[in-house]
Structures are given as structure tokens and as C-alpha cells.
Design a protein around this ligand. Structure first.
Ligand SMILES: [Zn+2]
Length: 462
């Protein structure tokens, strides 16, 4: 009887304790409750059993929230994907217009080269004609100076030599009887040559005017080209921004969570044995940092970027940054492209392509590390236990990616153990540190506690 009374009393006390534990407490002391509830029921006090039931309900309700969030993200994703299609078409349109303009400018440039050659030849001809005329004038002048006393044409001489209206002058001098027939022939020849010269000069002017208009046409077309390029650049940046947002929104709940749980349960004894490593190992040797966190460079549209990008040749070895276990591995995406969604369909992050999630203990702290865009066939399997520096995959360009690079994200998960976390993980591929823009409110550098996002540059160097 006393035993029964004690039991009733214990249950009553347990129920009152449950009322005291609020959702906030579950949230802030998640590690404590996970640890408490990971024990078999036989090792729990009756109070703990009741609390753990409430805790499990709380976790389930959180999952409902997660699922709701996921649905919202899916809707947003579809909207962005639609926008991206429009942007891609706009960019293609600009590319075609730019290519056509370039062709037109090239054609104009070759026309100008031809025109310039024509002008050069005309100028040479004119110079030669001018030289001949000058020589004839000189000859005539000399003859007239010799004959001027008798011929009395002195008063015409200056006009004759410098005259522009030469035809008229010749007509008038024709009337002068004293001009010898020899001089008359020279004058006629000169008149002909001057007519030819004037025709050539007119033609030269026309050619020059044509050249000028072609040059102006090129300037106009080049200005148009500039405008197109600017417009295309604006659209491209918007496109990159949207695409970045798509990447940032890409986190989701891991597929096949049951299988992961089973795997982690199977290797539970090995998980306990994983030793903490000291310091972060760089995920790859070499690799040029092309984009850092938490935003893309302005030239890439400046969208949210929750990881660090290392550009490296496809196939470059990627290693574990610390001792740990592969919590989730996704393989089966080919080479991707901007807007490619591969990864989500395989239970990983949307657009992440081939990806792995490493759970590691560094200096006594628990971290999750997300590696995405890996080369097909290289990510090592879920449940593989790895040492710091050990190969976990290779650089690729799978999923939403335009070139071979490693995108890496680091999550600080507190001071819990690998074994506990691995066996109780709710499958959130953002590890409770949020998606997209919302993720920016969970940055460790702002003093936010676990789970929070670690700036990869702070552990791998800029
Ligand atoms: Zn990236």
C-alpha cells in the first residue's frame, strides 16, 4: 500500500514538473534533455520518463514547424526559379543583340578600312596631278617672262600663275595673238588637268564625308552596345542574387532520416570512441577563395552567401576538417549549372549537388560541416568515421554551380557529444541555425549561442 502511495505521489510530482518545463527550457537546454532522454527508460527516473515524453512531443512539434517552413521555402523557391527563367531569357536576348551589334560594327570597320584606302589613293593622285600642274605653270611662267617684252601679257601673269578660275583665264588669253601656239597647247593641257584635279578633289570630299558618317555610325552603335551591356549586367547581377538566395534557401531536412538513425545506432559504440581533434584542418590544399561569407561580392550580385567558396580543379581532394562521422552523404548529381536543383531530390540540400555533412569534435566543441558541389562518385558514405585530414570527397561542380569549387559551411552545435547528437539528430541540414536571410540572425560572431553559424574564414583563414 505504501508502495502504491509512493508511486502515485511520484506521478503527481512528475506531472507538476512537466508543467514547469516550458518549451523555452527545452530549446535552451536541448543538449541536457537529449542526453537525459537518450538513456534507456530503465536508467531514467519516473520523473525523467515523463519529462522525456514531453520533450519528444516538443521535438515533434518543432518538426511540424520545420515542415511548415519548408513548405514556405518550396513556394519561394518556385517563384525564384520562375524569375530565374525570365532573367536567363533576358540575358540571352541581350547576348543576341550584343552579338549582332558587334557584327555590324565589324562590317562598318572593314568598310572604313576600304574607304580610307580609297581616300589615300585619291590623295596620291591629286598630289601627282598638282605636281604636274605646278611644273607646267613653272614652265609657262618662265617662257612668258622671257617673252613678256614683246607679248605684253605681263598683266595676266600673276593671275595666270595663281588663278583658280583658270578656264576663264585661258578663254581670255586665247584672244591674245601674241601667244605662241606652243604656249597655247601647254595652257590647254593645264586647263584639262585642273578640271581633272577639281573632279578628284570633289570625289575626295565625298569619300571623306562618307568616312565621317561611317565613323559616327560606329560611335552610335558602340553607345547602344554599352547600354545593352549595362542592362545585361544589371539583369545578370539580379540573376546571381536570386540564384544565391536559392542556394541560401537550399537547406532542408535530410531525406532517409530513419536509415540515418539506424546507421548511427549500429555504430553507436564507435561514435563514443571518436577522439576530439585539436584545431580545424583546411578542407583542401590550395584553392582560391572566390566568395566569402556572409554575402557574395558585389560583382556577383551581393546576395546572401552562407558559406565560403574555394575554386579548385575538379577532382581536388577534399578532407575532413576534424575527427568525426559522416552524418549524411548525397551522391548522384552530374555536372550542374546556375539554377540546377540537384541534391534536394536525393535528400540533401536543394542545389547542393553531391554533398556531405560531417559531425566533428574540435577542441571539445561540437561542429557540423557542410561540403557541397562535390564530384559525382566521390562523397564517402553516411556513417563513415573519419580522422582529421582524411579524404571525404573531391571538388566538383554539381548542383547550382557554374564552375569547379568547394562551398563549405560550419555550424557550432555546443558542447554535446558526437554520439548523442548523431543518434538524436532531427535531420535539419541547417542544424537549427536557419535558412536563407533568417540564417543571418544566427551568426556565432554576434554572440548567438549554439546552434549558430561559424564564419568559415575565421577557422580556415581568408
Ligand atoms: Zn558558395
Amino acid at each position: 500500500m505504501k508502495k502504491i502511495l509512493t508511486l502515485i505521489l511520484t506521478i503527481c510530482l512528475s506531472l507538476s514538473s512537466v508543467l514547469i518545463v516550458k518549451a523555452e527550457d527545452f530549446d535552451t537546454d536541448k543538449d541536457k534533455y537529449i542526453e537525459m532522454c537518450s538513456k534507456p527508460d530503465s536508467q531514467k527516473t519516473p520523473e525523467e520518463v515523463t519529462i522525456c515524453k514531453a520533450f519528444m512531443n516538443y521535438m515533434a512539434s518543432q518538426s511540424t514547424d520545420l515542415n511548415k517552413q519548408l513548405k514556405e521555402i518550396e513556394a519561394k523557391r518556385e517563384e525564384i526559379a520562375k524569375d530565374i527563367k525570365i532573367y536567363a531569357e533576358k540575358i540571352r536576348g541581350y547576348d543576341i543583340q550584343i552579338a549582332n551589334l558587334k557584327k555590324e560594327i565589324d562590317a562598318l570597320n572593314s568598310e572604313i578600312v576600304i574607304k580610307q584606302e580609297e581616300i589615300r589613293i585619291k590623295e596620291e593622285e591629286i598630289a601627282a596631278q598638282q605636281a604636274e600642274i605646278d611644273a607646267l605653270k613653272e614652265k609657262l611662267k618662265n617662257r612668258m617672262i622671257t617673252a613678256q617684252k614683246t607679248m605684253r601679257i605681263n598683266k595676266y601673269l600673276d593671275i595666270l600663275i595663281g588663278a583658280k578660275d583658270f578656264n576663264d583665264l585661258i578663254r581670255r588669253t586665247n584672244g591674245i595673238n601674241s601667244i605662241l601656239s606652243y604656249d597655247q597647247a601647254t595652257l590647254d593641257q593645264m586647263a584639262d588637268m585642273i578640271i581633272q584635279l577639281n573632279i578628284a578633289k570633289d570625289a575626295l570630299e565625298v569619300a571623306k564625308a562618307e568616312l565621317d558618317s561611317k565613323k559616327q555610325e560606329i560611335v552610335n552603335k558602340q553607345n547602344t552596345l554599352l547600354v545593352y551591356r549595362q542592362e545585361a549586367e544589371i539583369v545578370r547581377q539580379e540573376y546571381m542574387k536570386q540564384s544565391a538566395e536559392l542556394e541560401a534557401q537550399g537547406n532542408r531536412i535530410a531525406g532517409n532520416l530513419e536509415a540515418i538513425k539506424n546507421t548511427m545506432a549500429e555504430i553507436a559504440s564507435k561514435l563514443v570512441e571518436i577522439a576530439a581533434s585539436s584545431g580545424f584542418v583546411r578542407p583542401l590544399s590550395g584553392g582560391r577563395v572566390t566568395a566569402g561569407t556572409w554575402h557574395y561580392p558585389a560583382s556577383f550580385g551581393g546576395g546572401v552567401h552562407l558559406g565560403m567558396d574555394f575554386a579548385a580543379p575538379s577532382g581536388t581532394t577534399v578532407v575532413a576538417v576534424g575527427n568525426g562521422v559522416i552524418l549524411k552523404s548525397v551522391d548522384g548529381c552530374g555536372v550542374g549549372y546556375l539554377g540546377n536543383s540537384c541534391g534536394g531530390n536525393l535528400g540533401g540540400s536543394y542545389g547542393g549537388g553531391n554533398q556531405i555533412y560531417l559531425l566533428t569534435n574540435i577542441n571539445g566543441n561540437l561542429y557540423a560541416v557542410k561540403y557541397i558541389h562535390l564530384l559525382a562518385g566521390t562523397p564517402i558514405a553516411t556513417g563513415t568515421i573519419v580522422s582529421a585530414g582524411e579524404r571525404v570527397g573531391a571538388v566538383g561542380s554539381s548542383g547550382n554551380s557554374t564552375g569547379a569549387h568547394l562551398h563549405i559551411e560550419v555550424f557550432y552545435l555546443g558542447s554535446g557529444s558526437i554520439a548523442n547528437y548523431a543518434q538524436n539528430w532531427n535531420g535539419d541540414l541547417a542544424f537549427g541555425a536557419g535558412w536563407g536571410l533568417a540564417a543571418l540572425s544566427r551568426l556565432c560572431e554576434n554572440g548567438v549561442g549554439a546552434p549558430c553559424r561559424v564564419k568559415p574564414e575565421s577557422v580556415f583563414g581568408g
